[in-house]
Write a protein that binds this ligand. Structure first.
Ligand SMILES: Nc1ncnc2c1ncn2[C@@H]1O[C@H](COP(=O)(O)OP(=O)(O)O)[C@@H](O)[C@H]1O
Ligand SMILES: [Mg+2]
Length: 351
């Protein structure tokens, strides 16, 4: 546990006399290092993939979310007025202080009812940002450029011909290429400010199971709903872990999510956006499988679990196969989702 007092000293909220609040690591995330500070605050060290400027975007967009009644953490300004602190040797990195929100963190979606409430909250989040003009200070382009990930996979195959998993990855790539080329044309959808990482661990839930808050705003960007909700659905509808050897797409969870989302978004959701959602989880699962398969050959994975896998390559191959199985299961569910969204579009009179 690092001594975080040099960071806390940058925040006037902690100036008041009395005992310094307890700093306790919070589990639940994978990217940033997160600490609860007393009962009212959360301190985070940003993962190096983010720059400090990301906090300027969060600080600019949070008021729009709050104005619409969507609960998200506020960034607490440091003594110099900035939304983050950095360069405080010996404590390295970029740090920010957030308000701590009440609620429980879930790591998987236990029922269609939870998917529905989560999706309704996501719709309110998008609705709050609908029509907002913002130029992002921090951007990470290409995160969901599927053709780019596919070409990186082919490059990895060409670069590592004698890798011990080359044969497995080559066989998987044949399936991925075929599925992706048959998947269909990319939809043309209106740009929106999206969250960028709506996995369920980035929401909070109250004691009755209702979704109450949205966390982890670092990935907000201009994007489209097929990618945003495709990524959410591929994680919400996969009941096991991302390295489970037997993944499946839970259609009941997907249907409840689409139903809840569309109803809560009916005022601004377009017919084309809703029509793009049934194929969206399959798209993102294929893309992730390509990424993990390339990472297997490139021996690249910052979060591999050395207690369960012999190497980064092996863990990545298992993840790539999980997403491939999920994509196939989502493909099998597509017609049922298409029928449900067509009915929804009619019922909600979407344009
Ligand atoms: N403001 C907050 N209020 C309450 N809990 C929080 C808050 N921020 C983060 N957490 C908890 O810490 C976890 C990790 O934070 P998150 O911002 O999602 O970081 P990561 O990018 O590492 O996933 C969350 O899943 C949640 O359990
Ligand atoms: Mg998170």
């Amino acid at each position: 546990m690092p001594d975080l007092s040099p960071i806390l000293a940058c925040y006037p909220v902690f100036d008041r006399a009395g005992p310094t609040p307890a700093v306790v690591p919070m589990s639940g995330g994978l990217i940033n290092a997160t600490f609860a500070v007393g009962s009212d605050h959360v301190l985070q060290r940003l993962h190096p993939i983010f720059r400090g400027e990301v906090n300027l975007d969060i600080a600019a967009l949070v008021p729009h979310l709050h104005a619409a009644g969507v609960r998200v953490p506020s960034i607490v300004a440091a003594r110099d007025g900035r939304p983050f602190v950095t360069g405080l040797t010996p404590v390295e990195g970029i740090w920010r202080l957030l308000t701590r929100l009440p609620g429980r963190t879930l790591h998987s979606v236990p029922s269609p009812a939870v998917a529905r409430t989560a999706a309704e909250l996501c719709a309110r989040f998008h609705g709050a940002l609908h029509g907002v003009a913002h130029t992002f200070a921090f951007e990470r382009p290409g995160a969901h450029d599927t053709e780019l990930h596919r070409s990186r996979l082919h490059q990895a195959l060409a670069r590592h011909p004698s890798h011990r998993f080359h044969g497995d990855v080559a066989a998987l790539t044949v399936g991925l290429d075929r599925a992706w080329l048959a998947w269909g044309p990319l939809p043309h959808l209106p740009p929106r400010i999206v969250h960028g990482d709506l996995k369920v661990s980035n929401l909070l839930f109250d004691g009755d199971g209702a979704a109450t808050a949205v966390l982890d705003l670092d990935t907000m960007a201009w994007g489209t709903l097929d990618i945003e909700l495709g990524d959410a659905l591929r994680s919400w509808c996969n009941p096991g872990r991302e390295d489970d050897p037997a993944p499946r797409f839970d259609v009941a969870v997907g249907l409840a999510a689409l139903d809840g989302y569309a109803a809560a978004a009916a005022a601004w959701l377009t017919r084309a956006e809703l029509a793009a959602l049934p194929a969206a989880a399959e798209h993102i699962a294929l893309e992730l499988s390509m990424r993990f398969a390339a990472d297997a050959l490139n021996e690249n994975y910052f979060g591999w679990d050395a207690t369960r896998f012999a190497s980064r390559a092996e863990h990545n191959l298992v993840r790539a196969l999980n997403q491939w199985g999920l994509a196939q299961s989502a493909a099998a569910a597509r017609s049922e989702l298409v029928a449900a969204t067509a009915t929804l579009a009619k019922r909600l009179c979407l344009e």
